[in-house]
Design a protein around this ligand. Structure first.
Ligand SMILES: C[S@@+](CC[C@H](N)C(=O)[O-])C[C@H]1O[C@@H](n2cnc3c(N)ncnc32)[C@H](O)[C@@H]1O
Length: 362
């Protein structure tokens, strides 16, 4: 009996994924094979973006842009060995940026490594808003201070993108200061670096414009970490009451999250960059106090905070300290993922009028 063709069930051949050959017939190592192995290794180690990380490591080893990897078929055995070594370190959850030595931030490549916080994409939006507000304000040659500057990503971006800005970067930790100075040197951007403790109101008399009633060197919020290092107003005293913009990404994670952060963060970001005390607000409190001493009336504060602090940080500015009633235009902003991420406010001490237009939308 013949079966009519239309009744014969079609044979389904499952697609066969042939792994890219790791070695060509001539014995050369293929990049595709190395990448496939790297992606599998990183995925198994729990790395969140195994393909992206593998490609960035390969691009780093081969000294080409990631986009040009598609043009590379074979690589040398020494390059393959170096790539495998880096993939193993990444699988051990060493941050990608520590392996490549660079973190992209806005228009800049920032040098990073052990001892300094890796700048994060969400902070790029903090800078975006700071620059927007400065432009709206029409400030000419604005004086900008980056408190808790780390690698200098924020300060350097301001110097790069705000024409004529006078930019100061303040950092406490010696290791971070080394990276900060290195980045200023490699970019050639005009940022003045200062070592000071943001957790101390000042090491000299507080300026008349500051609403703070604290004594000169009183620690704020328990973040006094380096006795002997001057406070912000001790180092930047000549700027007191004159600054147009204070921008900061302070340490803001609550201490109780220590066991919950990813290994890349917990093991490799410096503790001083992360932890903000029991409620995570020690760093923000210190920054707000220091900003109150630095800003001119009408000057702007732009400060990143933890996503859980979308109400606590604006409340802190509105009524949480000796500066109570001295901040206006307090607005909290989400990041691209929709999480509360940073606050903007204007220093508006009572009885000073509102001479500045910084931050006012046209
Ligand atoms: C979250 S990191 C931010 C670094 C950089 N601004 C960025 O966004 O990538 C916080 C930084 O604050 C610094 N820091 C912590 N306590 C400080 C203090 N009391 N005074 C000055 N800097 C401090 C840390 O060393 C760290 O570099």
């Amino acid at each position: 009996m013949t079966i009519p063709p239309e009744t014969i069930p079609p044979v389904r051949i499952p697609p066969v994924r042939t792994p890219p050959a790791a070695v060509t017939s001539e014995g050369q190592v293929t990049l595709a094979g190395e990448l496939a192995a790297a992606v599998a290794r990183l995925a198994a180690a729990g790395v969140a973006s195994p393909r992206g990380d593998a490609e960035q490591l390969a691009a780093h080893v081969l000294d080409v842009s990631r986009g040009r990897l598609a043009l590379v078929e074979v690589i040398s055995t020494s390059a393959a060995q170096e790539l495998r070594h880096l993939v193993e370190r990444r699988a051990d959850r060493v941050p990608l940026q520590h392996l490549t030595g660079l973190a992209g931030f806005r228009r800049l490549d920032i040098a990073v490594g052990p001892g300094v916080f890796i700048p994060r994409p969400e902070t790029e939006w903090v800078v975006e808003e700071a620059i927007r507000l400065l432009r709206v304000s029409g400030a000419v040659r604005p004086i900008c201070v980056d408190l808790c500057a780390g690698s200098g990503a924020i300060a350097l971006s301001l110097a790069d993108e705000v024409r004529g800005a006078e930019v100061h970067a303040v950092e406490l930790e010696p290791a971070a200061l080394d990276w900060l100075r290195r980045n200023v040197g490699r970019t050639g951007l005009p940022v003045r670096v200062h070592q000071a403790d943001v957790g101390v109101v000042g090491a000299g008399p507080p300026p008349a414009s500051a609403a703070s009633t604290r004594s000169a060197a009183e620690p704020v919020g328990g973040v006094l970490r380096a006795p002997g290092v001057l406070g912000v107003l001790g180092v930047l005293g000549e700027l007191a009451g004159r600054v147009d913009l204070v921008v900061s990404n302070p340490p803001y994670l609550p201490d109780h999250e220590r066991s919950r952060v990813e290994p890349e963060v917990g093991r490799h970001d410096p503790p001083a960059a992360l932890w903000g005390g029991p409620d995570g607000l020690d760093g923000p409190r210190a920054v707000v106090t220091a900003a109150a001493g630095l800003l001119r009336p009408g000057g702007l504060l732009v400060m990143e905070h933890a996503d859980e602090h979308g109400q606590a940080v604006p409340a802190l500015l509105a009524s949480g300290g000796p500066w109570s009633g001295s901040w206006s235009d307090i607005v909290d902003h989400p990041d691209l993922a929709g999480r509360d991420r940073f606050v903007t406010a204007r220093w508006d001490p009572p009885g000073r009028g509102r001479p500045g237009s910084a931050g006012e939308d046209a």
